[in-house]
Ligand binder design. Structure first.
Ligand SMILES: [Zn+2]
Length: 589
């Protein structure tokens, strides 16, 4: 039940680990020296680009191996000091490589004949996308002095505000009454009570949470104004139209695509509201669902799995999609790529780490045998399968942007959930369906509200710092517009701006729409698979394999999908809407 990391290194004392971590340090110096010397003049550009990319390849492989080993070790053993020490020491040194990266960007930007240079080399042609992206990024670079100033000032600016907000929310104690006793609980513990079976606990937790925010609302608003103010300043200096355009650029996505997606989402909102109203009625509410019951569990799932049973179930159903996918999951199981059960010192949640350097993945989970834990395993194995399809690409062509990062994971999750729904009783199906619709409601409807809120936040921040009153009012407005009469408008959540950490990261603006795109892109692919069957499979694998070297529009075009038009998104939403219809049918009295 523990994963094997010896494929990376035997230990932190092993000669291989020591050799590689030492090599990283000398390599940083070598690359910086090379960039400084060679990137002044544009002659011999082909050779220079080739040499630099080979350097980068060596660096990426080393870093992913060394840092992967340290990071994975820490994630199952928080107290491992060797891991922590190596990790933070190397992470600190790695920041020095920005120097070469900036010089490289400037160099590529200067190459007016980049296209021609690239065509003259097979190796560069393989990395055409990366080089073109680098050239585009170069347009948004400021002078060396400005770049340095921004980097340094952000340590005492936005990053300091982020830090303050972390401290505020992680030390905030929420006072509430539980089982007749007064208790003080940390914020995450109280927010978790939204999933409690007891309705009075959910309501009390929500009221206590809102009351607690009063203690930190002014300081949080100051932090938020500081961060968003800095983002506006820097983004404008760089020449982006708005911070949204900056995020779109980083996501390799076009505004047209974003608009098409939200158009389709707006059309589908009434279906989500029907679901919310039915959930409200089932829980005894007359005027739509109160916010504190959004995550209320419905029914109970009897399905339980041992780890072996879960993996058998996954392998069996993955194999109905393709033998290759089934085989992948089987191999992951047999070769101990998964760290399964909760243990002391192990981090919570689940993740998948794709180790391109050894062509394998490692998956962490906290498996307790529930149905949703089984689907989590399927989800993470999907991430692993995405990495598996990128194996033949070079490491420089293996990273993909956030909006398509969840394609394979959600796809795999959908395979097992759809299979299970066919086998289970109606009572059980209600539970599973509801959970899946509830998740989709978050990713579609709530994300839409967050997008509306953040848009308004930036617009207003351009003019003045926002007061707590304005922030709460804008949040309520956004929730009303997204949820409509699905939620009880007297019982919304005006402080969502305070507890979602993404708003407080200067590098993660509009960290919302990529989630919605990810879900809809994956569901849409699944809909095509249902229509086309087997012939879809090789094309799907091929699509995954180029996600590191194409824009989102181009990736979608491989399946004849036009993401700049709402039709594709409409089809994806129809899958969720069909689930909603089924839920309404099963729960009608
Ligand atoms: Zn995921």
């Amino acid at each position: 039940m523990k994963w094997s990391l010896k494929e990376l290194y035997e230990s932190f004392e092993s000669p291989e680990f020591l050799r590689d971590s030492k090599r990283i340090l000398t390599l940083i110096e070598e690359i910086n020296a090379y960039a400084e010397k060679e990137f002044q003049e544009v002659e011999k550009a082909k050779e220079k680009l080739e040499t630099y990319l080979h350097y980068e390849m060596e660096m990426s492989n080393l870093v992913s191996r060394v840092m992967g080993f340290a990071n994975l070790t820490m994630s199952t053993d928080a107290r491992n000091e060797a891991a922590r020490e190596h990790f933070s020491r190397i992470a600190m040194k790695l920041s020095a490589i920005t120097k070469a990266e900036v010089l490289f960007k400037r160099f590529v930007q200067k190459l007016v004949d980049l296209e021609e240079i690239v065509s003259g080399s097979a190796f560069l042609t393989e990395h055409r996308f990366l080089l073109e992206e680098t050239k585009k990024e170069g347009q948004y670079l400021l002078s060396d002095a400005e770049e340095m100033l921004i980097a340094k000032m952000s340590n005492t600016g936005s990053k300091a505000w982020t830090n303050l907000q972390n401290i505020l929310t992680s030390t905030l104690l929420v006072e509430m009454e539980k089982e007749g006793e007064k208790v003080s609980l940390p914020l995450p513990a109280v927010r978790n009570l939204a999933y409690d079976k007891d309705p009075s606990v959910r309501k009390a937790a929500y009221e206590a949470e809102l009351a607690a925010y009063k203690k930190v609302e002014e300081s949080s608003a100051a932090a938020l104004n500081g961060i968003k103010g800095e983002v506006l300043t820097v983004s404008e200096l760089r020449g982006f139209e708005t911070p949204l355009h900056e995020t779109l650029f980083q996501s390799r996505m076009e505004k047209e695509t974003l608009d098409a997606m939200f158009n389709a989402i707006r059309e589908a909102l009434p279906s989500f509201r029907k679901y919310l109203k039915r959930k409200a009625a089932l829980l005894g509410h007359q005027k739509g669902l109160p916010f504190y019951d959004l995550f209320a569990p419905m029914g109970e799932s009897e399905m339980q799995f041992t780890y072996e049973e879960a993996m058998d179930y996954i392998v069996k159903n993955f194999s109905t999609f393709s033998p290759k996918l089934g085989q992948y999951a089987k191999e992951a199981y047999e070769k101990n790529w998964l760290d399964v059960e909760p243990r002391e010192g192990k981090r919570g949640g689940a993740f998948c780490s794709n180790l391109h350097v050894i062509g394998e993945s490692r998956i962490l989970s906290n498996f307790d045998g529930s149905f949703s834990n089984m689907t989590t395993l399927a989800h993470e194995l999907g991430h692993g399968y995405h990495g598996f399809n990128l194996k033949e690409e070079t490491i420089l062509n293996s990273s993909y942007p956030m909006p398509i990062a969840e394609t394979a994971s959600i796809f795999c999750e959908t395979i097992v959930v759809q299979a299970a729904l066919k086998e289970m009783s109606d009572a059980e199906a209600v539970t599973i369906l509801e959970q899946s619709i509830s998740d989709a409601t978050q990713v579609i409807v709530d994300i839409y509200s967050r997008y509306l809120f953040e848009t308004k936040l930036f617009e207003t921040r351009k003019d003045h710092p926002l007061s707590v009153k304005e922030l709460c009012a804008f949040m309520l407005e956004a929730q009303k517009e997204a949820y409509g009469d699905g939620l009880d408008e007297e019982v919304l959540h005006p402080y969502m701006w305070l507890n979602k950490t993404h708003y407080y990261s200067a590098g993660r603006n509009f960290y919302n729409f990529p989630y919605a795109f990810g879900l809809l892109f994956s569901k849409g692919l699944y809909a095509i698979y249902l229509k086309r069957g087997e012939s879809f499979v090789p094309e799907y694998d091929a699509l995954l394999s180029v996600t590191g070297k194409k824009s989102i529009k181009e990736v979608a075009e491989l399946m004849d999908i036009d993401v700049t038009k709402p039709d594709f998104f409409r089809d994806s939403l129809k899958i969720v809407e069909r689930d909603i219809e089924k839920f309404l049918e099963l729960t009608k009295k």
